[in-house]
Design a binder for this molecule. Sequence first.
Ligand SMILES: [Zn+2]
Length: 266
Amino acid sequence: MTSDARHPRDQLQDLLDDRLGPTERAEVRAHLEACDECRNAFRRIEWVKRQVTERLTTVDVPARLRADMAAALDREEASARSAFSWWRGGATWQLAAAATTIVLVAVVATWFYAGRTDLVAGVARDYRGYLDGSLTVERRTSSPAELEAFFRDRGIQFRTRVFDLGMMQYRLVGGRVHAIDGSPTALYGYRHDGGATLLCQMYEGRLEDLRGDAVVREHGGITFRMYQRDGVTLVFWQEGPVTCVLASDIASDEVLQLAFAKAEKL
Ligand SMILES: [Zn+2]
């Protein structure tokens, strides 16, 4: 299901930035009504734009993204460059004009799409980052309902299902909105009374997009794919349009059993 001429991928950004004429706009909107694939793509760029306009005011911009932005700005008009003088000077982030927003969105979107080609390795890195404290939760709560509300407020469009794993002695720690391979993810962690850590992520995506050799298990009519990366076990499965992944450095069979338990609760 790759994009072809019938999918107006090139016009999605224009639609979002209100650069289409009335006829074209109506056509693209009608296509979005009918096409899940394009609607999901549109949601993703919409999300990226929202992150730029609402959130990058406060978060640290990764060094590589900053370098890419600098390169993009070098290609821009002088007027646009002057609008970004704050940035070059390391001053506060201020979006000067809609045009500059568009430049930024394009760069950030490209960066998100290009940055995480090996999704499995990326999720394993996220786990390591969560363990060493470089990836932190934005909302600390042991309440699944509160965390689901947080994800909704933060623009996650799919239904997140945060489960209470208390029966297995795993306590919910909290979560954040993160990104995998261009898609926003709902990320949340659990801590076992004995010290083990579980990290879960949910995003709009398909199991078929995962690369590399997996151990495939069927359980309760659901297909699970298990990967090993750097001592981290990652178990992926599909819930409708959403892919879920559970990651941990505990025994791989235990991660698999927890994934079975979590998937069964749906
Ligand atoms: Zn389409």
